[in-house]
Design a protein around this ligand. Structure first.
Ligand SMILES: [Zn+2]
Length: 128
């Protein structure tokens, strides 16, 4: 799937977000090391800490599907700048990234995009 099609699919996925408390839908797509494709949206809960971000939802779905490492992860929100993943998501991305992993960030109301690798998006991540 080409990146313009991935962005289009991400916009479609925003409709599946369960975000009645924040009204801030987020969607994510993970491509793994074997070019398998996984989707995720944010899923909120009235007990707020029980909520799950779209990125971690896509990553946990990918792990369930057999992913070992992220090749690319895309994230989008309905805003006028590229979305900025939270710290917890950055740490989870770090866990499953390689030096070649690409993190691509979009907003629906801008053509701007940001591209990072794991070290750029989470310098000095927690590692054992
Ligand atoms: Zn997050």
């Amino acid at each position: 799937m080409e990146e313009k099609d991935i962005k289009k699919r991400l916009v479609e996925l925003l409709e599946k977000s369960y975000s009645p408390y924040s009204n801030f839908p987020v969607a994510s797509i993970v491509i793994d090391e074997n070019d398998n494709y996984y989707e995720g949206v944010n899923v909120e809960n009235k007990a707020y800490p029980s909520s799950l971000c779209a990125e971690r939802n896509a990553i946990t779905t990918a792990i369930t599907g057999g992913m070992k490492k992220i090749k690319k992860i895309y994230v989008i929100a309905d805003i006028d700048i590229p979305i900025s993943p939270c710290g917890a998501c950055r740490q989870v991305m770090s866990e499953f990234s390689t030096k070649d992993t690409e993190i691509i960030l979009y907003g629906t109301k801008t053509d701007d995009e940001l591209r990072y690798n794991e070290e750029e998006i989470l310098p000095y991540s927690f590692k054992l």
